[in-house]
Ligand binder design. Sequence first.
Ligand code: C2E
Ligand code: CA
Ligand code: CA
Length: 533
Amino acid sequence: MQTAQRIIKSYRRKRVFVCVLMAVSTLILTLGSRYITERNLNRERILLFTSHAVSALEKVLIPLNEGRTRLIPLVGLPCEEAHLALRKQAASLQTVRSIGLIQKGILYCSSIFGFRDVPIRELQPSLPSPAPRLLLSTDNSLLKGSPILIQWFPTGDEGESGVMEVVNINLLTSLMLEPQKPLITSVSLTVGDRHLVYGAGVVGALPALNGEKRFKQASSRFPFAINVRGPGASELALKHLPSQLPLAIMLSLLVGYFAWLATANRMSFSWEINLGLAAHEFELFCQPLLNARTQQCEGVEILLRWNNPRQGWISPDVFIPIAEEHNLIAPLTRYVLTETQRQLALFPATPEFHIGINVAASHFRRGKLIQDLNHYWFNAHPVQQLVIELTERNALVEADYRIARELHRKGVKLAIDDFGTGNTSLSWLEKLRPDMLKIDKSYTTAIGTDAVNSTVTDIIIALGKRLHIEMVAEGVETPLQAKYLRQRGVHILQGFLYAKPMPLNDFPTWLASSRQQPPARHNGTMVPLVPMP
Ligand code: C2E
Ligand code: CA
Ligand code: CA
């Protein structure tokens, strides 16, 4: 059996565990979702940045491609004839710095300088080329050292003649490739094996990553790519996480607090009692009451047992006080009434046979007990005598005495349980007019061992006699106690000496055998003991 303290503590531990778990989960979920959102946002930002840069450069290169049909026929024409057309074309394309015509490897006409005679290889070693080419280079003629993009369109198969358009990407670079810190720390444009790095000009190799990450997006229309470098979408999101911590902690504390409030009922022992009632985990036991003189069974006291599948057997001394505290005692008593009524056939069907039911004083309030008896007991018209055992601990309020009188009118007997342990006054007894006094087992135990208490036992018995109240002694364990009580005129005895509480189903067998043999011989051995966990 478990003590109330231990059970309540284990519930509190579970409740604390659940609330902490919910709070921690909220913290993890909040931070996790913030991290994922931020990381995805970072990724989107990087992608948006590179897509913008790629499409901006494509927009520069597309008109160059389109103007090529107008330029190719100019190759071979004398510079005087072609120059005006070249200049017009260069002027129409804002980003184009110059357009040059090349024949047999010689740049012979430029939109800026007019007639020229420079081997193109000297200016750009990879030109001329039989295939169209996009080159990243630096200007060697006008703005020396400034980055340029060269679009080469060959005219014939031999690849020695063609048109060269030079794009000024200096301005474009500062607009397009400017890093966006802290997400993007460096941006570069890659064409072939050359790279234009923002702030560093055209270089042959990209700078080392130094623990950073690189993301590359290539153009689908032209042979170039945009590279961005930065700490990485995930890393940056992780770095920002501490700034989300105060909000996440507040949220998780709030969730923990709500969980604490929400579990107040569910994760309490009273909730468990409700579950037990719903699942019919409570079982009725009964303990016989014997006539002290004839040793015949005159009735039983119904006692609740709880075989809780989660906690094992729980003593009524544990769950009854908790049920009383949480207003669950009335549902428990209703359960006892219903189950006893359902199994009435197990008891002798005579009006002399007593069936004692324990009732808490709180159940007397506002006539609740009368309503419940009407509903769960009298509707079956039981033949047996109902005895309501009311413990002396819980005092009745003035209005409840009327209920006690109403019970009498209905033929219900009233017994004062655990008599001698409370602070009963004579006037209380007179008002209540109980039919029985059940001497508490501590006084029975005192017989023959504790002189002071056994004197009190004598006084209690004398009091009962004077008030003409039937006396019942509980907790009779030895023949000596039984003899003592019998000699002093106690009418009914109850205790392990005769029988321990037994499941209701075992009672008919016990009763049959007790009628065949002297009851003392059973001494509780043939009936099942109170199950112990
Ligand atoms: P109680 O009403 O005083 O019940 C008598 C208690 O004494 C029972 O304990 C019984 O098993 C025990 N007992 C009987 N004979 C002996 C004996 O010879 N020696 C010893 N040592 N004990 C004996 P139980 O069944 O554990 O119940 C404890 C208390 O729980 C009851 O005390 C009663 O106050 C409460 N209880 C039990 N069932 C119900 C119920 O259905 N409703 C209410 N309200 N209370 C109940
Ligand atoms: Ca009792
Ligand atoms: Ca008692």
